[in-house]
Design a protein around this ligand. Structure first.
Ligand code: URA
Length: 205
């Protein structure tokens, strides 16, 4: 179980930033697969369920296609709060989602580190470039890495003051895929995404 002290420390580290709400990852204690997203959006911070907004509808299709259920997988993200920016719509100020920055990712990094250590999944599926960077420390072209199996140590936060990471001794198996929201912006990714899910399904079954 994640300790409340760790959660409190991470929430405090996030205080200086424009982020709201807080949700933890959800799933069984020892899942075969752990999906790692970017950060919750408005819907998720209101109902506390990861991937329950528009991206979540796509994510549910991914799971169904891969022959998986929400009950059997662990669903989490690099950041636990919703990073927002103020904007205007029809003359009214409102909050928009934005990509978390590196300080925000580091603020919540110990939570993901602990979730991975405790759940010890057989396979980690980073969804999108933020999750990929958080775990592997690189920003590659997603079309070059998605749908491939990677055997590698992963990054864990090393120094809370300097926000530096180190790699684990343990080697993990990762299978990066596109973030489910990517399909909302670029429908043409669909055939690649579902081909990658075919590979995931083949590996799991
Ligand atoms: N994107 C994420 O990465 N996580 C969510 O819960 C929702 C959208």
């Amino acid at each position: 179980m994640l300790s409340q002290t760790l959660i409190d420390q991470c929430q405090e580290r996030m205080n200086p930033f424009a982020c709201e709400g807080f949700i933890l990852g959800k799933g069984p204690s020892h899942p075969r697969v752990m999906f790692v997203g970017e950060a919750p959006g408005e819907t998720e911070i209101h109902n506390g369920i990861p991937f329950s907004g528009r991206a979540g509808e796509e994510f549910d299709k991914f799971l169904l296609y891969a022959g998986l259920t929400r009950e059997e997988v662990f669903i989490t993200s690099a950041v636990r709060s919703r990073p927002y920016r103020w904007g205007e719509s029809r003359g009214k100020k409102r909050k928009y989602n934005r990509t978390p920055n590196q300080k925000e990712i580091a603020a919540h990094a110990p939570i993901l580190d602990a979730e991975i250590q405790i759940a010890d999944p057989e396979l980690i599926v980073p969804m999108g470039r933020i999750a990929y960077w958080r775990l592997l420390g690189e920003f590659p072209k997603m079309d070059e890495v998605t749908g491939t199996f990677i055997h590698s140590p992963i990054r864990v936060l090393d120094d809370w003051g300097k926000n530096t990471y180190r790699f684990t001794k343990h080697t993990y198996t990762l299978f990066p895929i596109y973030h489910p929201a990517a399909i909302l912006y670029k429908r043409s990714l669909s055939s690649d995404i579902y081909e990658h899910l075919d590979r995931l399904k083949a590996y799991l079954h």
